[in-house]
Design a protein around this ligand. Structure first.
Ligand code: UD1
Length: 311
């Protein structure tokens, strides 16, 4: 039986991953300080142990790593909001970079026999590079503390892998959406904000003309990608875009949502946000080559997201 560590396992993506790992029969240990996540997101199962702790507690993390001898480590704990990283750059650095390097360092120093360490980075590292689609080799333009730390940590993860022979891999998430996504901040993912507006029957604000596009990828497709990347032992020391490989405009999203809920959404239009990117989507050929196939188009994914709220 595999033993897995999921940092950030109480969050949106982390907790969906924990669900899957438990279904696979793994024993899962979650470390999360609940700064963004919710304890109620973590499945109650004898196979899951939850530690409410920050990954910046080095003593705790070292003891845990030495004691548990994990097979798989999924690094998802982070300040996940770009806006938060701008407000708290040093704290972001300590969490998003230093704590992760400390984990790698502990593995290196103690020669821990890990099967795979998977780090989660972001499409934010491409910044304003207008090239479309974004390929893993596209020019990067990290514009915020968030993007800088994500990119640098990706490099550390790959380099620790190559230099010290640790099986590591990194992913760059595009716009992930689905059940348990937290709509709490105005900078939360746009699909969680639309979903919340639909649920509360409140107004949703579109910034700009609504023709901006994003590569919206449903959480179950993301979980498929994470499983493939961790379980394929030959896939190491590489970074992969994780998206649906499609781009959808906000105006299209609104139409799809109105069909799902069978009524019109209240829309307020405001000027474009400064710094907003017009179009973004992922080249997912590297991921396809290892067997990834996205199964959820935007209408299927949004319908499942909507239904998860009304259950
Ligand atoms: C994502 C990040 C953002 C970061 C950017 C850098 C998230 C949630 N956002 O933004 O912090 O700076 O990558 O690559 O991770 N929108 C509306 N109404 C709203 C909310 C958003 O019209 O209420 C628009 C935005 O202006 C944007 C689009 O929807 O044009 C998507 O927004 P968002 O979900 O924040 O994603 P990104 O723009 O990709």
């Amino acid at each position: 039986m595999n033993k897995d560590l999921v940092t950030g396992g109480a969050g949106f993506i982390g907790s969906n991953l924990v669900d899957q790992l438990v279904q696979d029969g793994d024993e899962v240990i979650v470390v999360d300080d609940l700064s963004m996540g919710l304890a109620s997101n973590i499945p109650t199962s004898p196979k899951v142990t939850f530690y409410e702790h920050s990954i910046t507690d080095h003593g705790f993390m070292k003891d845990l790593l030495l004691e548990e001898q994990f097979d798989y480590i999924y690094l998802l704990a982070a300040i996940a909001s770009v806006a938060d990283s701008v407000a708290r750059p040093y704290e972001t650095h300590q969490i998003n970079q230093e704590a992760n390097i400390f984990i790698l360092e502990t593995i290196r120093e103690n020669k821990l026999p890990i099967k795979k360490v998977l780090f989660t980075s972001s499409a934010a590292i491409y910044g304003n590079n207008p090239e479309l689609p974004k390929h893993e080799d596209s020019t990067i333009d990290p514009l915020t503390p968030y993007a800088i730390d994500k990119f640098a940590t990706e490099r550390f993860v790959i380099d620790y892998g190559k230099l010290y022979n640790i099986p590591t891999v990194a992913v760059r998430f595009f716009n992930v959406y689905g059940p348990r996504q937290n709509p709490k901040s105005p900078y939360s993912g746009v699909l969680s904000l639309i979903t919340q507006a639909a649920k509360l029957q409140s107004a949703f604000t579109i910034f700009g003309d609504g023709e901006q596009t994003r590569d919206f990828v449903f959480i179950q497709d993301v979980i498929q990608a994470l499983e493939l990347l961790s379980k394929k032992s030959e896939v190491i020391h590489q970074v992969f875009n994780v998206g649906a490989g499609q781009h959808t405009s906000l105006n299209q999203v609104i139409k799809v949502y109105e069909q799902i809920i069978n009524r019109d959404l209240q829309i307020i239009r405001k000027p474009e946000r400064t710094g907003d990117i017009k179009n973004s989507y992922a080249d997912i050929n590297s991921l396809r080559k290892i067997g990834y196939q996205p199964h959820y188009d935007i209408s299927t994914g949004l319908k499942l997201y909507w239904e998860s709220l009304t259950d």
